[in-house]
Design a protein. Structure first.
Length: 136
C-alpha cells in the first residue's frame, strides 16, 4: 500500500480540459457502478451536502483543481481499470462489483468498505486488493 501512496503523492498538474475529461469519466463510472449520490459523494470525500459538486460535474464542469480530489479520482479510475482487467470477459460483473458484498471486506460491499475504511484509506485498501487479485 505504501507504493500506492507514494504514486499518488506525486504532484501533477492537469489542464482544465484534462480535469473536465476526468470529471466526465468519473460521472460515467458512477452511473456504471450504479452509485447513488450519497455513495458517489462519499467516494469523493464530500459530505452529502455537497450535491452541487456532482451536479456541476454532470453539467460539464472540470474536477476541482486540488490535490485531494485529484488523488481520490485517480484511485477510483485505477479501481475501474483493475476491475476491467480482472473481469475482462464480463464487463457487467466489473460494473456490479462495487455494490456486491465481498468476504474480503467482512461481507461489506466495496463501496461500503471504502466509506467505513476512512475514505482515502478505504480507497487504498480496495485498490490494493484488486491489484493483488489480478497478479495471480
Amino acid at each position: 500500500m505504501d507504493q500506492l501512496i507514494s504514486e499518488t503523492a506525486l504532484e501533477k498538474t492537469y489542464t482544465e480540459e484534462e480535469r473536465r475529461s476526468m470529471a466526465k469519466s468519473l460521472i460515467r463510472l458512477f452511473v456504471l457502478w450504479q452509485l447513488d449520490d450519497s455513495e458517489a459523494l462519499s467516494l469523493l470525500g464530500v459530505q452529502d451536502t455537497g450535491l452541487s459538486i456532482l451536479i456541476s460535474y454532470r453539467n460539464g464542469a472540470p474536477l476541482d483543481n486540488n490535490q485531494a480530489t485529484l488523488v481520490r479520482v485517480g484511485h477510483l479510475l485505477a479501481i475501474h481499470r483493475n476491475l476491467n482487467l480482472l473481469f475482462k470477459h464480463n464487463p457487467d460483473l466489473s460494473y456490479r462489483w462495487m455494490k456486491t458484498p465481498n468476504l474480503a471486506f467482512g461481507g461489506l460491499m466495496p463501496v461500503q468498505a471504502i466509506r467505513t475504511g476512512g475514505g482515502l484509506d478505504g480507497l487504498l485498501m480496495v485498490r490494493a486488493y484488486l491489484e493483488h487479485s489480478h497478479d495471480y
